[in-house]
Design a protein around this ligand. Structure first.
Ligand code: 3PY
Ligand code: MG
Length: 237
């Protein structure tokens, strides 16, 4: 169980670790985080053994390289909708001869130059999480082909963008059917699948439905909910 982190602060990272989250996804897609923020937050999370995954803004090569060099435990890529896209973004996270990731062994991920593997050549696929987001109707229609991509660690369903791409409300039965189709296809293929839950209660339901991991809310949502509850409880006495 994880949560998204959008506030550029190492304090938030520590608080979430103490709250019991298993990992965090630092949100480089929908948050005002600079590369410097990401670097410092990744360092803080690693130091307290809270695996930091980064959601990059798009399919570009540069962000993936920089966050992996900085020591991210994995990368989540938004809006992946066919097999070609899946293969290209996965390859960016793996060094040759298996992929296209560049050699950045002088950075944190390479032990600041001390990791002998990073300094020579790779004999295995990099040990990072490669998570692709399914959040367009086109992707749902092609989910089986996307699942056939080699070295895919997990799919992550984005219900908000998916419902918008279908031109339907999030609550529409057709959206839920599309989400279930992706979840079931991933499970049938033996690939881990996750999605978002606004609350812990909904997170529990999703785990019971078979999801392997859930992202419950995010730091801004958790802070807002706790703040509203405090204000309302105080005002009602
Ligand atoms: C979506 O629902 O579109 C998401 O990206 C969830 O993180
Ligand atoms: Mg989205």
């Amino acid at each position: 169980m994880g949560t998204f982190v959008k506030i550029p602060a190492i304090q938030t990272v520590e608080i979430l670790k103490l709250a019991g989250f298993d990992f965090i996804i630092i949100d480089g897609e929908h948050a005002p985080l600079s590369m410097h923020d990401l670097d410092v937050m990744i360092m803080a999370a690693r130091a307290i053994e809270l695996p930091p995954i980064v959601r990059v803004p798009d399919h570009g090569y540069a962000d993936v390289q920089r966050v992996l060099d900085a020591g991210a435990a994995g990368v989540m890529v938004p809006h992946v909708s066919d097999l070609d896209e899946a293969r290209r973004v996965i390859a960016q996270m793996i060094h040759p001869p298996f992929g296209t990731r560049g050699a950045g062994g002088g950075m944190r991920a390479g032990g600041w130059g001390l990791d002998p593997v990073a300094a020579s050549r790779y004999t295995a696929v990099d040990d990072v999480w490669r998570i692709l987001m399914i959040e367009e109707q086109r992707a749902v229609e092609r989910v089986e082909e996307i699942l056939s991509a080699e070295n895919l660690s997990a799919l992550f369903i984005g219900p908000s963008d998916l419902s918008m791409s279908m031109g339907l409300a999030r609550s529409d039965a057709k959206v839920n059917a599309a989400i279930a189709r992706v979840r079931d296809a991933a499970k049938a293929r033996g690939v881990r699948v996750g999605t978002v839950a606004p609350t812990g209660k909904q997170g529990r339901q999703l785990v019971e439905e078979g999801y392997d991991f859930v992202l419950v809310s995010n730091d801004t949502g958790l802070l807002g909910a706790a703040g509203r509850e405090a204000v309302s409880a105080t005002n009602s006495t």
